[in-house]
Write a new protein. Structure first.
Length: 76
C-alpha cells in the first residue's frame, strides 16, 4: 500500500469516526486491514527505524501515524 493510499484510507476512517484521536484512528486502519496489513506496516516501520523486532500491532499503528503525520506536514 502506498503512502497516498494509506492517507486516503485514514481520511475515510476519520470521516466515519470524527470523535477519535489520531492514534485510535490509526489503530482502526490497522485492524481493518487484517493480519497481512499488520505485518506489512510493522515490517515497514521496523525497517525505517533500523530495528529487527517489535510487537506487530503497536508497530503497525506507529507506521500509520508516521505516514499520516509526514504527509500532513508541519502544524501551523
Amino acid at each position: 500500500m502506498t503512502s497516498e493510499e494509506l492517507m486516503v484510507e485514514f481520511a475515510l476512517t476519520r470521516l466515519d469516526h470524527p470523535d477519535l484521536d489520531l492514534e485510535d484512528l490509526a489503530a482502526l486502519v490497522v485492524r481493518r486491514g487484517g493480519p497481512e496489513r499488520v505485518l506489512e506496516f510493522a515490517s515497514e516501520n521496523l525497517a525505517e527505524r533500523g530495528e529487527l523486532r517489535g510487537a506487530p500491532f503497536p508497530t503497525a499503528v506507529e507506521h500509520v501515524l508516521r505516514v499520516v503525520l509526514t504527509l500532513r506536514g508541519p502544524s501551523d
